[in-house]
Design a binder for this molecule. Structure first.
Ligand code: PEP
Ligand code: MG
Length: 835
């Protein structure tokens, strides 16, 4: 192990930072100036504070970076910020010495050892808090042979009454996190427990003493105990030592991998002059020059023409726009899914609005030109929507203006419409206040390689379109984005949601290498997507696809789907004038069964209501449709819909295996009534029984999972709805939806309750909401014990790769820790640190 040298330039005496963040930054700057770290490690020091408390006690704090960022350390070392006046670290904790640690492997244990010795010597510490000679600090912390404070751990002449031996196998030795797990366990027992290493021993109930032992990988320990609960204490302690080991090994392996990747092809923008952060909206890395899209508001000329001529032009423009939207919707549905394609269907509906067209025609008959009239009609309608004060309606107004521009582009000569000032052929990162579908749909993707918007959320149009187009994107970057001049060289990190400006040549090389590595990785994942999602220690998870139509099945199977975990049937009912009859439904279900050739198929009964409106069903308007007659409630209220669908499903079941799943079930009585309906239809058709399951997407169902499980054959958790109902955030709310992260601990706790309830009664439980297709989410869900994950086919290769890279025990441990977190952000940080 290398010794940590400490020089004057690593010490700043008499500092007076304004707050904790400034103190960490100042200490980080010392590490940076001494050439020990890359600049990004300072951010890592900051991030650590969100996941753990670095206050050591007795006026000393030890900020250190995240494990996965060790590759940003150039050389092991420490830096010291002395704050004679004291600084509040966390509530009630005053710090006088900030010891920032950059340790490539286990050297930090030596620093901790020296520090913890110092903590025992109050008088010496007080001198260090106010000394004006850095030599005193250097002598106390950098020299192994410097006179140390008296050792707290007395030499152990003998062990206590009962003992076991154990060799520490934690790759990074005994550092604070595993040590506190030992202490937490040891404290629960009425026993004296001692850990001995050679001649030194410490109480297992005292953290500082334990750390002082400076235990490293391979050290042989004697753990002994006496007292009334001696045996139970030793057994519990042995368990925790071994349990922590799995996590420590996994952490170390992950850190090694990360460092290796960083070394081989990593993208670490060390030298970018500036960066702007936002929310990650579409993954990937793009390199290009910035170009800001400024919306040019322009006067629309009023050029009257004969009414018949203008009428024909309006009709042509509307037809052409509708065709363009249909093509875009088809393309989007194929590349992303039906939900995402919905934007364009909605826009097509908007321009078919009778009020809008009659208003335009009225203006034309009053003697105005078609373009002017159209523009006025759009503006009037949009203003009416915006004035109602609802964010959802405001988003609709933006949609209306957007589609209005599309029509206008046809009505006016092309040169007069809004265009991007393209600088030919230069790879570009486009910056905008926000982007409308028409902006993104007309992007020249040979030139525009990435998108950044000041506004928007991860489910905004920009995000969806960027993912459709496969372009890296960040949203919600704030107004600072719009101040960036055109033509600045930049790297956009869509995964991290950050735009780096003026990167160095080395950063550009690193980014290019990263892009190449991603391409190789995607190809490798695709090549392995047919392999099962089996963890390294042999636990296998079923992987299904979420599909709507049989023609999507071959592509899903090619991407590694093992079956269909969710076939949404709403598509059969949407965008038409009447409900599909039994025959039409039967053919659709049978086609899916045949396309899957005997693989698992879960068909979900109609989930209409909420955001999915079907005018011909004549449903009464509701103030809160998501809390109204939706899913199972509608099916139970409308036997015409339920019975027809069940008849079609039972008839189709003669052609291959299917299960029926009911959406939005809230109570046992609903489940029992639905089961009774199934049985009635089954008997009338003389069909064989098939598994009947329910979606768990209402908090009440999750809470009652144990009571529902005896009456269901399986559960599938709908995390999209479960999240909106648990967090009270409308899943389509344009501003709040970004906060509706399904990895919120409240959602995870309900999922755990659901899994426990299902398994207590021997039924399987899957997840078919969006969380299943999120690599961090899938890993935690697997750790929580779900048996199956069903997702958009395009997510399958990455999810399989993520699960195959882990051990089941590590996933279980990660899920256990996640349940103990306070926020989704904390859980994502944990998952990232571990992965
Ligand atoms: C869900 O709610 O998670 C789900 C899968 O159902 P849908 O998205 O169709 O409401
Ligand atoms: Mg749902």
């Amino acid at each position: 192990m290398s010794r940590m040298q400490l020089h004057n330039d690593q010490i700043k005496l008499g500092a007076r930072p304004a707050d904790k963040a400034s103190a960490i930054r100042e200490a980080g700057d010392l590490l940076l100036a001494s050439g020990m770290i890359a600049p990004a490690y300072i951010d890592s020091l900051m991030r650590r504070e969100h996941v753990s408390n670095t206050f050591l006690g007795h006026g000393v704090a030890i900020p250190h970076g995240m494990i996965e960022d060790r590759h940003l350390i150039r050389q092991t070392g420490i830096a010291i910020l002395q704050i004679p006046g004291g600084l509040e670290w966390n509530a009630g904790q005053t710090v006088h010495l900030v010891v920032a640690i950059a340790a490539q492997s286990d050297e930090h244990i030596q620093v901790l050892r020296r520090l913890t010795r110092l903590l025992q010597d109050e008088a010496q510490l007080q001198r260090l808090f106010t000394c004006t000679d850095p030599a005193l600090l250097i002598a106390s912390l950098s020299d192994e042979t410097a006179p140390a404070a008296p050792a707290a751990n007395a030499p152990a002449a003998h062990d206590l009454e009962q003992a076991f031996e154990w060799t520490i196998d934690y790759p990074n030795g005994l550092h604070a996190r595993p040590a506190s797990a030992w202490v937490d366990t040891a404290k629960r027992f009425d026993a004296t427990i001692q850990i001995r290493h050679g001649d030194e021993s410490a109480s297992a109930q005292k953290l500082i003493g334990l750390l002082q032992l400076g235990l490293q990988h391979g050290d042989r320990l004697v753990v002994s105990a006496s007292g009334p609960q001696r045996d139970a204490a030793l057994s519990a302690l042995r368990d925790v030592m071994i349990r922590v080991s799995a996590q420590e090994q996994a952490d170390a392996a992950a850190a090694r991998n990360k460092a290796q990747q960083a070394q081989q092809q990593g993208f670490t923008p060390d030298n970018a002059k500036m960066s702007i952060g936002g929310i990650s909206a579409s993954p990937g890395l793009a390199i290009g020059v910035t170009q800001t899209l400024t919306a040019q508001t322009r006067a629309i000329p009023d050029l009257p023409a004969p009414l018949a001529e203008d009428g024909a032009r309006l009709d042509q423009a509307l037809t052409a726009t509708r065709q363009a939207l249909d093509t875009l919707a088809l393309d989007t549905a194929r590349r992303l899914g039906a939900t995402e394609a919905g934007i364009f269907h909605a826009q097509a509906e908007l321009i078919a609005d009778t009020d809008l067209i009659s208003l335009c025609c009225r203006l034309m008959t009053e003697g105005h030109g078609v373009a002017w009239s159209w523009h006025q009609a759009i503006e009037q309608q949009a203003e009416r929507l915006s004035a109602l004060g609802s964010p959802l309606l405001a988003a609709r107004a933006a949609d209306l203006r957007d589609v209005g521009r599309r029509v206008l582009a046809i009505l006016l000569p092309p040169s007069a419409t809004e265009t991007l000032a393209h600088s030919a052929n230069t790879p570009t990162i486009l910056i905008a206040h926000d982007l409308a579908p028409s902006d993104t749909a007309t992007l020249d993707t040979t030139r525009i390689l990435g998108l950044c918007t000041a506004q928007g959320g991860p489910t905004s149009h920009t995000a969806i379109l960027a993912r459709t187009l496969g372009l890296p994107a960040l949203v919600a970057g704030g107004p600072a984005l719009l101040d960036i001049p055109d033509g600045v060289m930049a790297i956009l990190d869509g995964n991290g949601g950050r735009l780096y400006l003026e990167p160095s040549a080395a950063d550009l090389d690193a980014a290019r290498a990263w892009i190449a590595r991603q391409a190789t990785q995607a190809a490798a994942q695709a090549a392995e997507c047919a392999l099962p999602a089996q963890t390294r220690d042999g636990k296998r998870f079923e992987i299904g696809a979420n599909l709507t139509r049989a023609d999507q099945a071959p592509a899903a199977l090619a991407q590694g789907a093992e079956g269909v975990g969710l076939m949404r049937t709403e598509f059969l009912f949407l965008e038409r004038g009447s409900a599909p009859d039994e025959e039409e439904q039967y053919r659709a279900y049978r086609a899916m069964i045949e396309a899957l050739g005997g693989r698992t198929l879960v068909i979900r009964a109609l989930d209409i209501g909420g955001d999915k409106e079907v005018p011909y069903l004549g449903l009464a308007p509701e103030a809160n449709p998501f809390l109204g007659v939706r899913g199972a409630r509608l099916l139970l209220a409308r036997p015409d819909l339920l019975d027809t669908q069940l008849r079609a499903l039972y008839r189709a079941s003669a052609h291959g295996p299917i299960s029926i799943m009911f959406p939005m079930v809230t109570s046992l009585s609903e489940l029992l009534t639905l089961r009774a309906a199934c049985e009635r239809i089954r008997l009338s058709l003389n069909a064989a029984p098939i598994p009947l399951g329910i979606m768990i997407e209402v908090p009440a169902a999750a809470a009652m999972a144990e009571r529902l499980a005896p009456h269901a054959d399986f559960f599938s958790i709908g995390t999209n709805d479960l999240t909106q109902y648990v967090l009270a955030i409308d899943r389509q709310h344009p501003e709040l939806a970004a906060q509706a992260d399904s990895l919120h601990p409240a959602v995870l706790r309900l999922i755990k309750q659901t899994v426990d309830g299902a398994h207590a009664h021997g039924i399987w439980v899957g997840v078919c909401g969006g969380l299943a297709g999120d690599p961090q989410g899938a890993a935690i869900l697997a750790g929580l014990g779900v048996d199956e994950l069903s997702m958009s086919p395009r997510d399958i290769p990455a999810i399989k790769a993520r699960l195959r890279a882990s051990t089941h025990s590590a996933l279980v441990e990660m899920a256990r820790q996640a349940l103990d977190c306070d926020s989704a952000t904390e859980i994502r940080a944990l998952a990232e640190e571990i992965a």
